[in-house]
Design a protein around this ligand. Structure first.
Ligand code: ADP
Length: 542
């Protein structure tokens, strides 16, 4: 249930957040593309305006030429004006007056004639009444505005209108020859006069036009002007362009320069760097989700720990009360027997008193354990270290508790060396009371849990030059592998039920191990091969 409550919302939130983030990144990319397209359009419209202005000025200049100075003026322009590639004079009857066909002209002039041959043969393109000229005039909104101005000035350009006076007419013809764009301007000043004009030098027009164009200064973006052959005429920006045609954004330049384009190239790497927003957001999302999930995990583990603690405390209280009750009941029972005068003989009285003493000693040990547990937990237990002969200390303990052990039906085996004062090989600097508490906990456990084996063995061994091993073993049922580690945990009991045969608090082994560790030693469990348990207290010599 916990995992469902934690993971399902987390997965839903992540999925929705991912989707929103991707959507947002797409929106950002789209905004970039839109803004770049707009800039390309601005560049295109700038070029359009400039080219239109140039064309208009040239048309006006052509109209302003006096008829008698027409040829010399045009020739002078051809020579001196970098915007002009060729000039011509065309007459309906004579066709081309200038340049002349044949070897009298230069190579460039002959190419010019060939290029525009079809125009010069029919002369249709120069007729303002024809479809072509009409479309030339209404080529953009600006032209329709101009026709409006012209109307306001009393001029007329409409087809079929009766013209009272001849208005000079002009136009510009974009012309494709050999897959290349050429622009021819023409002027017709009088109804019967010649048509004359110029051919624009596009390269020079472009070179003078470009410095005034808006620049794109952003990293990873370049813009270029492509001609009708998709060749780069001009380029600005820091992106290396391998294939001129593979542009990311293309906008038609202007209808005055058909098939020319403004192209924008994006450096893929720099452009993907723009995904930084997405990467950072996804990273933050991951951190957020990790925090939620680890927080959830921490909470569960804490809750489980608290639940375990609570259960342990409950079972501790019930098992301790059970363990306290047993000796108290015996003491009370024997005291009441004596009070009732049932102990007729001295032996009986002695027996009753012995039971009462041993039971009250058991009670004391139990209470000491509980009190010590509190001190050990808080690290407040005080140890009084002095030179102790372990062999002698064990002999005293066995002597004091021998009767109790034997009465429980246990045989005592010892291998603890000869107790000698000062010179024993089992001399240690330690707290004898603490060690006695450890030994008695082991003995009590053996008496409780190893009834089948009926013997308890004490052994002292030199482990190394620094440690002595005190081994207490029995021949009981032993401890299965699964419990061998856990028995040292506080409150842990193998049989923790209230109906358990043996009362206990689950504190004995954890206290014994803690005491020995405080004294720089340790308590280890070792199974006895023939069956039974062996607890080894590792006591440092110094
Ligand atoms: P308690 O004896 O109060 O239950 P302990 O910490 O002394 O608590 O022991 C923990 C558990 O280890 C006991 O409940 C018992 O099951 C097991 N145990 C301890 N000593 C022996 C032993 N000598 N033989 C078999 N089992 C033992």
């Amino acid at each position: 249930m916990f995992w469902v409550l934690l993971l399902v919302p987390a997965v839903i939130i992540s999925a929705v957040a991912f989707k929103l983030l991707f959507h947002e990144q797409e929106r950002i990319n789209l905004t970039i593309i839109t803004s770049l397209t707009e800039r390309a359009e601005i560049i295109a419209s700038n070029i359009h305006i400039i080219v239109r202005e140039v064309e208009k000025s040239l048309s006006q200049a052509l109209i302003d030429i006096k008829p008698e100075q027409l040829e010399p003026t045009l020739l002078l322009w051809e020579e001196t004006n970098p915007l002009i590639r060729n000039v011509y004079i065309w007459d309906k009857q004579n066709l081309l007056e200038y340049p002349l066909k044949g070897m009298a002209s230069t190579l460039e002039e002959r190419q010019f004639i060939t290029r525009f041959d079809s125009i010069f043969v029919t002369g249709k393109a120069f007729d303002t009444d024809s479809q072509k000229a009409e479309s030339e005039l209404s080529i953009d909104s600006q032209s329709s505005k101009e026709s409006l101005y012209d109307l306001a000035k009393g001029k007329t350009i409409k087809k079929g209108n009766v013209q009272t006076m001849f208005t000079p007419q002009s136009g510009w013809i974009p012309w494709f020859a050999q897959d290349q764009l050429f622009i021819l301007g023409w002027v017709k000043k009088s109804r019967d006069g010649p048509v004359y004009g110029v051919e624009l030098e596009l390269a020079s027009l472009l070179s003078r036009l470009i410095p005034d164009l808006p620049q794109i200064k952003e990293k990873g973006i370049s813009f270029a002007i492509l001609n009708s052959r998709k060749q780069i005429m001009h380029m600005s920006g820091d992106t290396a362009v391998e294939d001129a045609q593979a542009c990311d954004i293309a906008v038609s330049l202007s209808n005055l320069l058909p098939h020319w384009q403004v192209c924008i190239y994006l450096d893929r790497e720099s452009f993907t760097q723009g995904k930084g927003f997405l990467y950072v957001s996804v990273l933050l999302l991951f951190i957020f989700m990790a925090a939620i999930i680890s927080g959830g995990l921490l909470l569960t583990s804490q809750t489980r720990k608290h639940m375990k603690d609570a259960m342990q405390k409950t079972s501790f209280v019930s098992s301790v009360s059970h363990e306290l009750k047993t000796p108290l009941t015996s003491i009370r029972m024997y005291a009441e027997l004596m009070l009732d005068g049932r102990s007729k003989s001295i032996e009986k009285t002695k027996h009753y008193l012995e039971v009462m003493v041993s039971q009250s000693q058991r009670l004391t040990r139990l209470i000491n354990n509980i009190l010590d547990f509190g001190k050990l937990e808080q690290g407040k237990k005080i140890y009084n270290k002095r030179a102790v002969d372990l062999s002698q200390l064990l002999a005293i303990i066995i002597d004091a508790h021998g009767i109790r052990i034997k009465k429980a039906g246990f045989e005592i085996k010892t291998d603890i060396g000869e107790p000698k004062i000062n010179e024993s090989s089992f001399m240690v600097i330690s707290d004898p009371d603490a060690i006695e508490q450890v030994v008695l906990n082991m003995v009590d456990n053996a008496l409780k849990y190893a009834g089948e084996g009926k013997f308890i063995a004490f052994k002292l061994e030199n482990d190394s030059k620094d440690f002595i091993l005190l081994k207490i073993s029995d021949h009981g049922s032993g401890i299965s592998k699964t419990h061998q580690k856990a028995i040292f945990e506080k409150f842990y009991r193998i049989d923790n039920s209230l109906t358990s045969t043996f009362p206990g608090s689950g504190l004995g082994l954890s206290i014994a191990r803690q005491i020995l560790r405080d004294l720089d030693g340790d308590l280890i469990f070792e199974p006895v091969p023939e069956g039974g348990s062996c607890f080894i207290a590792r006591i440092p010599k110094k």
